[in-house]
Design a protein around this ligand. Structure first.
Ligand SMILES: [Zn+2]
Length: 144
């Protein structure tokens, strides 16, 4: 999965930001904060040549950012698959695409320098310190 890390690194270098909202803007991806059902965190779809990300307005700002980073992963890595990538709260989809989108989000939201000195702490400590969740910490550290 070194490839995804490289893709993220190139994007961050090109646009000089790792902020998912700014990146979406640069990449002409439409981000909509919608009043979605509570069971859905967000979704990505490709519609009439538009890349559109929907995020549930009920999420906290932190979770919105995490979901957006994940959906950006789909938008960048899986743009034209003609699948609606939907993130549910209730179960975890273990597809290759979900794995890749999580890896993308982990690389985007967790900087190598920021994690260097705390990487042997617990996942919950790292997640709290860096403002992400434990799942992304695992994708960053364990799943290469
Ligand atoms: Zn997904």
């Amino acid at each position: 999965m070194g490839e995804i890390k490289d893709i993220v690194r190139k994007l961050v270098r090109k646009y000089k930001t790792s902020d998912p909202y700014e990146l979406a803007d640069y990449l002409n991806i439409i981000v909509l904060i919608d009043n979605l059902d509570e069971s859905i965190r967000g979704y990505f779809h490709y519609f009439k040549r538009n890349k559109i990300i929907h995020i549930n307005s009920k999420l906290s700002d932190k979770d919105k950012r995490i979901v957006l980073a994940h959906e950006l992963g789909h938008a960048v890595l899986h743009p034209r698959l003609n699948i609606i990538f939907m993130e549910h709260n209730t179960y975890f989809v273990k597809s290759k695409y979900e794995y890749e989108a999580n890896k993308f989000a982990a690389e985007l939201l967790i900087d190598d320098c920021d994690i260097k000195d705390i990487r042997y702490e617990s996942a919950s400590y790292i997640a709290a310190t860096l403002g992400v969740n434990e799942e992304l910490v695992k994708y960053k550290i364990i799943l290469k």
